[in-house]
Design a protein. Structure first.
Lengths: 233, 506
């Protein structure tokens, strides 16, 4: 009887050890797969935004033709901006020029010209020089070399008074959407310092503490879940 | 995985006699506490990553708690939401209106915006104005908000300081939900302790649950109360109804009813379950069989009736706040039974040939599959379509394995058919209530307000499905499948967090 009980106990212990090994192996393989997937995701490069003016895409604010020049006050050009992205429709492949003027003095801070606008609804215009620090600016957009039949319809939302964009001093009754982007495509990993800085804003905690704490909590979550799974196997 | 209890899944001390709270707590396995801790840590991480007021209706829930803390009474429903000066300024500087519903817009990214936000938060400290989210949530019962006045007061400081601590209080409730989910699974599958951990961790790491519980939203308390309720019912079904258990079930129901009116959808299922258990216990239809069910229902309803009396007499609110909201049945709409049934069918399935399809061709996919797999922020932060399609593979595997587990134990299933019926009734009545409320709103506004979070009070049943799936893999593969389920749940959670980070900060 005692031998049988010992045999049962031994079998039970062996089964438990085997279950535990299987759980550990699955966790190890799963953990590696997860790490690989995260690495692949975070190393993928794309153009990153430095900011936006939050204008929605409700409709066409102005269609640039000939010598039209749309100017918009109250823009904040974020630090690190190397290009401006416009949204709309280009007809006959227009090329656009963009100027960022200091909001206080009107002095040009950066200018840029686009390649021909193809079928995409977005057009990126590189700025020279890239903006080192955050600046309050007035942004002006015009056709670079107007040709017959060439036009660019720029999208935005209705806006009244001083918020409205102007053309030759006339209020257009709307404001165009502007996205500010960095110059070259970058991976998530290289973009991490910027993301950490943004995470540290608009929270009760500030700075990198927010991201570090969130990361630490997730590490603890992962470790505790793995430990539990192995221990209860 | 080995059968038989392990030290982590066993009670830490010998079960004491009686049902005193300390004795009850000591009988909770260590693994249950650890699963609860996983849920709290995870929801706390979500609370840090999600920008302020980016959880649905969070601004209104915060306003309600603020109003209750400042005025000592709940708000009165009104036609619009008005916020206190401190919250108005915070919402403005956070670009709340520009960013919600618009994935292309972002929050506070620049140093200038941050400096302005901090200066404004310091300057504008008025908190007594506003009407407490009167339109969106002003008619809801006050329990969750009463709890939230504690962290609101403790935090002091600015709106963001208070919101952060209130979010952590919600994260604690995520722990309560998972604790009761674990105990529910213990009653449901008493012979397989490791499966309790698999199911409870699956619940703890469900991203939508963690996202909502990481925000200020009364759903967090409703989830916890519903999990406690399911646990109590499972215990009653397995071990019989005692007076203490009847009081516990009634208390859990009362907490749910005092938290959110959606809990009314649980009531028919609870009542039927209690009556069924009472009848089974007595073995015949006698008045005595209804004694304990009546006790449970009295405990469940008494606090709500008291709150309704206070609403009418002291607080000058409608007896049922929902009667003043867009969910109310008033003369401006004409609901029909057939229309309601057709709507409810389409709400959870697909339109049948010949049915009018007011919700579009496949509402089920967007609301429930996409919603459960992950729609975050103001339901505008979503993955690419292929992610949702890919998610069908593990979902189908879980269903198949759970089905296999049930098929393999057909005999046991027959013996426990009353339990199955009770869970089906509870889930069915709740889902019908959610569909009914949505039908009323649809008649009034032609909008589909369905969100997967409304069904998360049934989350312990999802945990049961996961536990069954691990069991369905068979004795040999169970450790592998159980671990794989948890790893997948963790991967789902981590990538959901990255999605939110990329939406708001990149």
């Amino acid at each position: 009887m005692r031998e049988s009980a010992a045999r049962d106990g031994g079998t039970h212990a062996a089964t438990r050890a085997s279950s535990r090994r299987a759980a550990i192996a699955t966790l190890a393989v799963g953990g590696l797969a997860l790490a690989l997937a995260l690495t692949l995701t975070l190393s993928r490069a794309s153009v990153r935004r430095t900011g936006t003016n939050d204008v929605t895409l409700a409709g066409v604010v102005e269609t640039l033709r000939g010598a039209h020049r749309l100017c918009q006050d109250g823009e904040l050009l974020p630090a690190g901006t190397a290009a401006v992205e416009l949204t709309g429709v280009g007809r006959r492949r227009p090329e656009l020029s963009v100027e960022a003027l200091d909001a206080a003095t009107g002095a040009p801070l950066a200018t840029g010209a686009s390649d021909a606008w193809r079928d995409d609804s977005r057009l990126t215009v590189r700025l020279h020089p890239a903006v080192g620090r955050e600046r309050a600016v007035r942004v002006c957009v015009a056709l670079r070399a107007p040709r017959a039949g060439t036009s660019a319809a720029l999208y935005g939302e209705p806006a009244a008074g001083a918020r409205s964009a102007t053309d030759a001093g006339q209020r257009l009754g709307g404001r165009i959407r502007l996205d500010y982007v960095r110059g070259a495509p970058s991976s998530w990993a290289s973009f991490a310092p910027t993301v950490l800085a943004r995470l540290g804003r608009a929270h009760a905690l500030s700075g990198s503490a927010v991201a570090l704490l969130a990361g630490l909590l997730m590490l603890l979550t992962t470790a505790l879940a793995a430990w539990l799974l192995v221990r209860t196997s | 995985m080995a059968a038989g209890a392990h030290e982590l899944t066993r009670a830490r001390v010998a079960a004491p006699q009686g049902g005193r709270p300390r004795g009850l707590l000591a009988r909770v396995p260590l693994a249950a506490w650890a699963c609860a801790l996983v849920a709290i840590l995870n929801a706390a991480a979500w609370s840090l990553l999600t920008p302020p007021f980016a959880v649905p209706d969070e601004q209104s829930h915060y306003a309600y708690a603020e109003y209750l803390a400042e005025h000592g009474r709940p708000p009165v429903p009104a036609a619009e939401d008005l916020y206190s000066a401190s919250q108005t300024v915070a919402l403005r500087d956070l670009r709340f209106e520009a960013t919600r519903f618009v994935p292309a817009n972002v929050g506070v990214w620049t140093a200038f915006e941050q400096a302005r936000l901090q200066a404004d938060l310091r300057t504008h400290r008025e908190r007594a104005g506003g009407n407490g989210g009167a339109k969106a949530v002003g008619g809801e019962p006050p329990l969750y908000y009463a709890l939230q006045t504690i962290p609101y007061r403790l935090a002091g400081g600015t709106v963001l300081d208070r919101l952060a601590l209130m979010r952590l209080a919600s994260a604690l409730l995520a722990g309560v939900t998972v604790l009761f989910s674990f105990l529910f699974l213990r009653e449901l599958l008493p012979g397989v302790p490791w499966a309790w951990t698999v199911g409870a961790l699956g619940v703890a790491l469900q991203p939508l649950f963690a996202f909502v519980s990481g925000g200020v939203n009364s759903d967090a308390l409703l989830y916890a109360a519903a999990a406690a309720l399911l646990c109590g019912l499972a215990r009653a079904l397995r071990r019989g109804l005692t007076p203490a258990l009847a009081v516990a079930i009634g208390s859990a129901t009362a907490i749910a009813l005092l938290t959110k009116y959606n809990a009314l959808g649980l009531l028919p299922g609870v009542a039927l379950a209690l009556v069924a258990v009472g009848l089974r216990q007595e073995g015949a239809l006698r008045a005595r069989a209804l004694r304990l069910p009546a006790l449970a229902l009295a405990v469940a309803l008494a606090p709500m009736l008291l709150a309704m009396a206070l609403d009418v007499t002291l607080w000058h609110r409608p007896a049922i706040g929902a009667s003043s909201s867009e969910f109310a049945l008033r003369a401006d709409i004409r609901p029909t039974l057939l229309g309601g049934l057709s709507y409810a069918w389409q709400f959870y399935a697909i339109p049948l040939p010949g049915m009018e399809a007011p919700l579009g061709p496949l509402p089920f996919w967007e609301a429930w599959i996409e919603g459960f797999v992950g729609l975050f922020g103001w339901v505008e932060t979503e993955w690419r379509p292929w992610v949702y399609q890919l998610a069908l593979v593990p979902l189908a595997a879980v269903l198949a394995l759970a089905g296999r587990a049930l098929l393999a134990r057909r005999d046991a299933l027959r013996r426990r058919r009353l339990e199955l019926l009770v869970y089906a009734l509870l889930a069915g009545s709740f889902m019908l209530f959610v569909a009914g409320a949505s039908y009323v709103v649809h008649l009034r506004t032609h909008a589909n307000v369905a969100q997967a979070r409304y069904l998360l009070p049934l989350l312990p049943l999802w945990g049961a499905l996961l536990a069954l799936a691990a069991r369905g893999a068979g004795r040999r593969w169970a450790p592998v499948v159980g671990s794989a389920i948890v790893v997948l749940a963790l991967a789902h959670d981590v990538f959901a967090q990255l999605l939110v980070v990329s939406r708001y900060y990149a």
